[in-house]
Design a protein around this ligand. Structure first.
Ligand code: GRF
Length: 186
């Protein structure tokens, strides 16, 4: 599958930025124009600034339509939410009208929302990671890629900390696969 040469990404983050860093490994083949940060002062912001990719800090009250215009003016065609903790409002989705991906550490549609690894672990349920398209429904939207990391019967051999570490490592592989795949979308 040929990568669409006219595409360019913006990565949206709020926290540590470890998924963003994983995605940046692809920057030679998947151009990255902007990192959008909702929480200034985080390690994610520092990592983004060190990368040399332009960084935009969001205001507390985001003007979502202005942000769409800014992204379009910069030639951004694809967005990856990599640990972005703000809800993307419907007016942004409508005005943007192009692919937006999100990484979530569960086997969606199970365990949407916060603390999903811990919840699945405590329930003794399978744990995995999902990249999906963003819709107005939080952690809803069509699944692009999904990977099971722990089946219920293997979980008992691992602590929650160990499980979280392994799931996050699996996220880094999945986000890169999803970015490569979505880079072919026009
Ligand atoms: C990841 O587990 C992501 O799936 C979730 O928030 C976490 C962000 O971690 N939505 P990081 O900022 O990428 O290190």
């Amino acid at each position: 599958m040929a990568i669409n040469s006219a595409h360019a990404w913006a990565i949206f983050i709020s926290g540590q930025g470890s998924n963003m860093s994983a995605l940046m490994d692809l920057r030679d083949e998947c151009p990255m124009r902007l990192v959008v940060v909702s929480r200034p002062g985080t390690y994610g912001e520092l990592r983004a600034r060190r990368s040399g990719i332009p960084v935009k800090i969001l205001d507390k009250e985001v003007n979502w339509l202005e942000l769409v215009q800014e992204l379009k003016n910069m030639g951004v065609t694809h967005i990856f939410l990599a640990g972005f903790m703000k809800i993307i409002p419907p007016e942004f989705l409508k005005a943007w009208g192009r692919p937006i991906l999100n990484i979530h550490p569960s086997l969606l549609p199970k365990y949407p929302g916060l603390n999903s690894i811990e919840k699945a672990y405590n329930d003794g349920e399978a744990i995995g990671v999902t990249v999906h398209q963003v819709t107005p429904e939080v952690d809803g939207g069509a699944i692009v890629l999904q990977q099971c990391v722990y089946k219920p019967d293997t979980l008992k051999d691992y602590s929650l900390d160990e499980a979280e570490f392994t799931v996050h490592t699996a996220e880094y592989q999945l986000v890169r696969r999803a970015m490569r795949r979505a880079s072919c979308w026009t």
